[in-house]
Design a protein around this ligand. Structure first.
Ligand code: SF4
Length: 538
C-alpha cells in the first residue's frame, strides 16, 4: 500500500537568525515542497530529513511563478533553524468516538478554533503526549511505530471490558482497539495509559475490573492515570456529573489498594490517582516517593508533590517522563489542545529577565491561578513569609461545573478578577491556560485589564540542579540531556564544543522565567538566577 497522500507542504513560520536556513536564503512564508526529493508526511519524517548535512529543498515562494531550489549545507545534526506551521502535513487523524465525557462536546460557541479538533492520531501521541484510543490505528501504523520506535505513546483505556469500553467511547471499534495496545507492549513500546473516571459509569466495580484487566492483559504498561471527568455547565450529557466527596475518596482508596497489588505483582505501583481526586476528597496528597518519579506529572499526577519536593530541594523530584518526545523540540506546533502555549515568536521571551528577584523596590507579586492550584500553592506561598507575594485564585465561572484547574482559566474570568486588582503589581499567569497565546475563549493577554507575565507552570525539573548550583544544570530530557548556562556566550561555546564532539543538538532555547524560578529567587534572596540559554542534546 502507498503512504498517505501529502496534502499540505510544510510552511516556514520562523527562521532563526544566522542559522543554516537563514544563510541559505530560506524565508518565513516559504512552502517546502520537497526535501532531498521527499515530501514528509509529518514532523517526525521532517526531523529525520533535516538531520542530513546536505539538503536540497524545493521551495514555493509567494510572488514567484516557479519553485526555487535551495541548497543547504550544514553540520550533521545541526538544526536547520526553521519552524514549520504544523506537526502533521498530510491530515491529522480525527477521532471517531463520541464519548459522553468529552470536554470538546462541552464547549460553548466562539471558543479557540484549535479546541474543536478531536484528534486521535498516534503521531500526536508520540509528538505531544496526546492520548489516543487507537480506534483508528491500523496495521500500517503499527509497522511504522515499530520501525521508527515511536515511543512513548499515550493510550486512553477507560475500561478493559470490551462492551463497557465501546459504550464509553460510543464506538463499536472501542471494543477491539485495545488489541493494538497489546501489540505495542509486546514490541516493547513504552505506553502510558489513562482512565477518565466517570461516576456511576466506570468507577467502583468497573474500575476494579479495568485494573484487573490491566494486570492480566497489559502488565507492561508504564503507568495508568486515573483522572476525573470534567463537567462544564455546557454539558448536554445527563448521565455525566462530578464526583461527590465520597466517590472521590473511593477512587483514592481503590487506586491505593491496587498500587499494592501491582507492587506485589510487577514490582511497581503503576496506577495513580490524579491530584484532583485528593483535593476533591479533601485528603493529603500521597508521599512524593509513592509517585515513583512522577511519570505522568504533566497529566496532573503528583504535580503538587513534585512542585513541593522540588521547592524543598529534592533535585530528583520532577524528572519523570515528559509527555511527547518532540514536545520541546524545534519543529512544529501541535494542532490540538497541547499546542505550544505562547504565540509563535514569543516562546522563551515572554517574561523579561529581572535582576531584582522581588527584593527591595520591586512591585508586589500576584500569582493568578485556578481554585485547585491555589490550594496547592497556598502553603508554599505562606512558607515564604513574604507579604508582597500573594495568590489570586480565579473561580471558573465561564465553564462552571467542577472545573477548577488553572489550564481551563479563560480570559473572561481573568478579566473580571483583574479589573478588581490594583494597578502597578506584577501579575504572574501560568502558561497552561494559553495555547499559541490564546485563552480558551479566544481572548489574549492583551485583552486583559492588567499586564500579566506568563510563566511556565509545570517545570519541576528546572529546579533540581538550580538548587545546588545556579551556574548551570544538566537534566535528562527525552533520550538526551538538557543543559542550562547562565550566559548566552557560555551556551554558544557549549554548542560549538558539542558539534566538535559529534553530539546532536536538538534545540537551543532562551530561558523563560518560571513560577518555580520566582520561588527560588525569593527563597534564596540572593540576586538573579537568570539563565542565558538551554541546549538540549541527544
Ligand atoms: S476520544 Fe477524546 S476527543 Fe474523542 S470523543 Fe472521546 S474524549 Fe472526545
Amino acid at each position: 500500500m502507498s503512504a498517505p497522500r501529502v496534502t499540505t507542504a510544510p510552511k516556514v513560520v520562523a527562521v532563526t537568525e544566522s542559522s543554516p536556513a537563514a544563510l541559505s536564503g530560506l524565508r518565513s512564508g516559504d512552502e517546502l515542497l520537497s526535501l532531498n526529493g521527499r515530501s514528509p508526511r509529518d514532523v517526525i519524517e521532517y526531523s529525520l530529513l533535516v538531520d542530513e548535512p546536505e539538503l536540497d529543498l524545493v521551495v514555493r515562494r509567494r510572488g514567484l511563478s516557479e519553485p526555487l531550489v535551495v541548497a543547504v549545507r550544514k553540520e550533521p545534526g545541526e538544526p536547520l533553524g526553521i519552524e514549520v506551521s504544523s506537526a502533521v502535513f498530510d491530515r491529522v487523524r480525527t477521532c471517531d468516538n463520541h464519548c459522553e465525557f468529552c470536554f470538546i462536546h462541552q464547549l460553548p460557541k466562539g471558543m479557540r478554533r484549535s479546541l474543536s479538533m478531536k484528534d486521535d492520531d498516534y503521531r500526536l501521541s508520540f509528538l505531544y503526549g496526546n492520548f489516543t484510543t487507537l480506534t483508528r490505528f491500523t496495521e500500517m501504523d503499527l509497522e511504522r511505530v515499530l520501525t521508527e520506535r515511536l515511543s512513548p505513546l499515550f493510550v486512553s483505556i477507560h475500561a478493559t471490558d470490551p462492551d463497557v469500553r465501546a459504550g464509553l467511547l460510543r464506538n463499536r471499534r472501542g471494543a477491539t482497539s485495545l488489541r493494538w495496545l497489546g501489540a505495542l507492549l509486546d514490541a516493547d513500546i513504552e505506553v502510558h495509559g489513562q482512565i477518565v473516571v466517570c461516576p456511576g459509569r466506570n468507577d467502583g466495580a468497573v474500575l476494579e475490573d479495568t485494573l484487573a484487566g490491566v494486570l492480566d492483559r497489559y502488565p507492561g504498561l508504564a503507568t495508568v492515570a486515573c483522572v476525573p471527568l470534567g463537567v462544564s455547565t455546557f454539558s448536554h450529557e445527563d448521565a455525566m456529573r462530578p464526583h461527590s466527596v465520597a466517590e472521590a475518596a473511593a477512587v483514592c482508596d481503590l487506586v491505593e489498594r491496587w498500587q499494592q497489588v501491582f507492587l506485589e505483582s510487577v514490582g511497581r505501583r503503576m496506577v495513580f490517582a490524579a491530584d484532583e481526586y485528593y483535593l476533591m476528597a479533601e485528603r493529603p496528597f500521597p508521599p512524593a516517593a509513592t509517585y515513583e518519579g512522577f511519570p505522568q506529572h504533566e497529566n496532573g499526577l503528583g504535580m503538587a508533590r513534585a512542585f513541593e519536593a522540588a521547592f524543598g530541594g529534592d533535585e530528583h523530584a520532577a524528572l519523570g517522563v515528559r509527555p511527547g518526545f518532540f514536545a520541546a523540540v524545534d519543529g512544529a506546533p501541535a494542532a490540538g489542545y497541547r499546542a505550544p502555549r505562547l504565540a509563535p515568536g514569543t516562546a522563551g521571551c515572554d517574561v523579561p529577565q529581572t535582576d531584582s528577584g522581588g527584593t527591595d523596590g520591586t512591585p508586589p507579586i500576584a500569582i493568578l491561578t485556578g481554585e485547585y492550584g491555589a490550594r496547592v500553592l497556598a502553603p508554599l506561598v505562606d512558607s515564604l513569609g513574604r507579604d508582597d507575594i500573594r495568590l489570586v485564585p480565579v473561580v471558573n465561572h465561564f465553564f462552571g461545573g467542577n472545573i477548577g484547574v488553572s489550564g481551563l482559566l479563560t480570559g473572561t474570568d481573568l478579566t473580571a478578577v483583574l479589573a478588581g486588582e490594583p494597578e502597578g503589581h506584577r501579575y504572574l499567569l501560568p502558561d497552561s491556560c494559553l495555547s499559541e497565546g490564546r485563552f480558551l475563549d479566544d481572548l489574549t493577554t492583551a485583552d486583559l485589564p492588567r499586564a500579566v507575565e506568563v510563566v511556565a507552570e509545570n517545570v519541576g525539573e528546572e529546579l533540581g540542579k538550580q538548587l545546588a548550583q545556579k551556574a548551570s544544570r544538566a537534566i535528562p530530557k527525552g533520550d538526551g540531556l538538557a543543559l542550562t548556562f547562565l550566559e548566552e556566550a557560555q551556551a554558544d561555546a557549549a554548542v560549538a564544543e558539542l558539534f566538535k564532539a559529534g553530539a546532536r543538538v536538538v534545540e537551543i532555547t532562551r530561558h523563560r522565567e518560571t513560577l518555580e524560578d520566582l520561588f527560588m529567587r525569593v527563597a534564596a534572596e540572593s540576586g538573579p538566577a537568570s539563565v542565558g540559554g538551554q541546549v538540549q542534546i541527544a
